[in-house]
Ligand binder design. Structure first.
Ligand code: NAD
Length: 264
């Protein structure tokens, strides 16, 4: 029997104007899925990316710049995704920020913002899309967590707390979706050289009293036995597989993609 092409789905990737999210959006578009982009950045650059993805892959690509620390904007984003794409089958909770500081001087407003974006926004996107996914008998929820969902590092209290929270949310949602064709998994990357990591190098240098070169060699890549950054393409390929029909039995998992970091 000839293999039939998988049907295109509708995918929302939060924080997809940069880094890992952009990589996942490009991969899912290349797999033939319609895409809702989200995130911040210069309007002309985002529009160029949107138009390029549509042109290259012949799929529908829309953009909504919702600030995901604001639940009312998340609600509008989910409604806009349904309206512009015609549904929401693949939800990738990727948007995230970092702040590096010893706990005694960790600014409470940074704590609140990291918890709001890195943890609570995923609760809101999932709660607002779950009923439809269950009704359709198909859904793929992919939370971009971190190796910091599995282990801690000093000076990253809010980030590590939020990512461990995402791990618990992932397992709970997996159990609630299991009988309805809705899977929920977390991807736990080690260090990927994106703007998020580039920005924390000077702060880590300051917090530890070492040079930026020493941060890359002795802090970031010291944790990864491969001594290489994970690439956005590798994370995107794993996300695309988890989004596929063949990943129907993978749910509630925390997928480490960290060059061996959390095996130690
Ligand atoms: P990045 O800074 O390159 O991209 C972050 C994205 O989130 C951007 O599109 C940005 O505009 C968006 N964003 C930021 N604040 C937002 C808000 N309030 N509302 C909506 N969008 C917002 O970062 P990245 O490295 O690609 O990180 C993506 C995800 O991967 C994060 O959840 C991060 O914790 C996780 N992660 C990254 C690494 C790494 O080494 N880079 C490792 C493990 C996990």
């Amino acid at each position: 029997m000839p293999a039939s092409a998988p049907s295109p789905r509708h995918a929302l990737i939060t924080g997809s104007t940069s880094g890992i999210g952009l990589g996942i959006a490009c991969k899912l578009a290349s797999d033939g899925h319609n895409i809702m982009l989200n995130g911040f950045g210069p309007a002309d650059e985002i529009e160029a990316t949107r138009a390029e993805l549509e042109r290259s892959y012949g799929v529908k690509v829309a953009y909504n710049g919702a600030d995901l620390t604001k639940p009312d904007q998340i609600e509008a984003l989910i409604a806009d995704t349904r309206q512009k794409l015609g549904g929401l089958d693949i939800l990738v909770n990727n948007a995230g920020i970092q702040h590096v500081s010893p706990i005694e001087s960790f600014p409470p407003e940074k704590w609140d913002m990291i918890i709001a974006l890195n943890l609570s926004s995923a609760f809101h996107t999932i709660r607002l899309s779950f009923e439809d996914m269950k009704a359709n008998g198909f859904g793929r929820i992919i939370n971009i967590a971190s190796a910091h969902a599995l282990v801690a590092s000093p000076f990253k209290s809010a980030y590590v707390a939020a990512k461990h929270g995402i791990a618990g949310l992932t397992k709970t949602v997996a159990l609630e979706g299991a009988a309805h064709g809705v899977t929920c998994n977390a991807i736990c990357p080690g260090y990927v050289l994106t703007p998020l990591v580039e920005k924390q190098i000077p702060d880590t240098a300051k917090a530890r009293g070492i040079t930026e070169e020493e941060v890359i060699r002795d802090v970031l890549l010291a944790a990864q036995p491969t001594k290489k950054f994970v690439s956005t393409d590798e994370v995107a390929a794993l996300a695309a597989f988890l989004a596929s029909d063949m990943a129907a039995s993978i749910t509630g998992s925390l997928q480490a993609i960290d060059g061996g970091w959390t095996s130690q």
